[in-house]
Design a protein around this ligand. Sequence first.
Ligand SMILES: [Zn+2]
Length: 68
Amino acid sequence: MAGGWTADGAVQQQIDDSIKDALAKLRAQQISGPGLLNCEECSAEIPPARREALPGVRLCIACQSALE
Ligand SMILES: [Zn+2]
């Protein structure tokens, strides 16, 4: 059965790829999760409106503008 093994391998590769996609999406969701309540740099409180507008935000407005 020439080619049979190759076809099975291709299907397995597709399955592996979908698992990788699902894991990548999960990781992306974790990264863009609720974010931080306080700035990573100066520990100032990050306003709830800013956290809602920028999911996963880690810096206050001052520190973010200093970086940009
Ligand atoms: Zn800050």
